[in-house]
Design a protein around this ligand. Structure first.
Ligand code: NAP
Length: 318
């Protein structure tokens, strides 16, 4: 793993990648024209953060026409363009912010229109699938720097975004080994400008880590809400009435966008199934301890959970 905390670079103008890069002061924009494709929670939060921190001279928003009307009303982009091929014209950076299942189709639409030296990056929650789906479609004159901000909420759409979403959160970058350093640096500078910390990671490692810290918890939340909903009518009403305990926290996670999570599960299948198998074994061990009254085992597991929570609070990630 490499740390992405280097000095920021600007990524401006036409020409070769080296000509297009220059060292900037911290306050200078990182990009001249930045195109965001998908203006939901993450894309609209980026638009707000980029604008607030002056990280690009111009922000182009690309999404469906009805979403763009809402983006225009919110005033968070300089231009709105529904046609992806038009939206990426002359951009020195493009960020894909649609669900990961739409990446291949989107990359096919924009690839022939990306300017020489343009950086293509993304915020997708799975990284091996993005490299598989997008990488082969890109012309050699485009820099590809896949990324993933570890920040979010259960809400969707352009109204749900906010400029501080990425502050004090991690963004993981998973660039292919031959990626130009200055392109990695420019994307890192953008995220640092949004208040995030940046780390470089292998894509396979990213997908395994995210399977356990994010994808499996969502799978469990969706499942437990389904199990509660399957109960007879009378019990279901009781579940909702007295949801104040742990169940309520699961319902918050389970309120997340169905398309996004379908795509994440299907695009991180192997790692998710591996973590689910491990979890199932551990859950069965806990069930056995409960059945046989193994107090030490039960207390040990609960204490471990408490320690993990304390650690999260200590490192400001709770
Ligand atoms: P979102 O709020 O649902 O926004 C997605 C946007 O993309 C919507 O405007 C949506 O329009 C548009 N879109 C969907 N399918 C499209 C398609 N095929 N072509 C063009 N536009 C399309 O989702 P989000 O939470 O911002 O997530 C966006 C990306 O960020 C995903 O790849 C996700 O994995 C990643 N991510 C999410 C989180 C999180 O916590 N939410 C955290 C980190 C990374 P419609 O509403 O009309 O479909």
């Amino acid at each position: 793993m490499r740390s992405g905390s280097r000095s920021p670079a600007g990524f401006h103008g036409a020409g070769t990648s080296r000509q297009r890069c220059r060292i900037m002061t911290e306050a200078a924009p990182v990009f001249r024209r930045l195109t965001l494709i998908g203006l939901g929670l993450i894309g609209s939060s980026l638009a707000r953060a980029v604008r607030e921190n002056r990280l690009a001279d111009e922000i182009v928003a690309c999404d469906r026409a009805d979403i763009l009307e809402r983006v225009a009303r919110l005033g968070i982009a300089d231009h709105c363009e529904a046609d992806p091929a038009q939206a990426v014209q002359n951009a020195d950076a493009v960020i894909l912010c649609v669900p990961v299942g739409a990446f291949a189709d989107m990359a096919e639409k924009i690839a022939p229109h990306l300017a020489p030296g343009c950086i293509l990056t993304d915020v997708g929650s799975t990284k091996q699938s993005v490299i598989r789906d997008v990488g082969p479609l890109l012309p050699p004159h485009v820099h590809f720097v896949p990324g993933h901000p570890l920040a979010g909420t259960e809400y969707s759409g352009p109204e749900s975004g906010f400029s501080t979403l990425f502050r004090d959160r991690w963004t993981l970058l998973t660039p292919p080994p031959d990626t130009a350093e200055e392109a990695i640096e420019a994307v890192s500078a953008l995220w640092r400008g949004c208040g995030a910390q940046v780390e470089i990671m292998e894509p396979a490692h990213h997908d395994r880590v995210l399977a356990i810290v994010s994808h499996l918890p969502h799978l469990i939340a969706f499942t437990i809400c389904g199990t509660a909903d399957d109960l007879a009518d009378e019990s279901r009403q009781q579940v909702l009435k007295f949801a104040a305990s742990g169940f309520r926290d699961f319902t918050r996670i389970a309120a997340s966008d169905p398309t996004m999570w379908r795509d994440i599960f299907l695009n991180n299948r192997d790692a998710l199934l591996e973590m689910l198998a491990r979890f199932t074994e551990d859950a069965q061990a806990m069930a056995r301890a409960v059945r046989w009254g193994d107090e030490d085992y039960i207390v040990d597991k609960i204490e471990r959970g408490r320690r993990i929570r304390r650690n999260l609070i200590e490192i400001n990630q709770a």
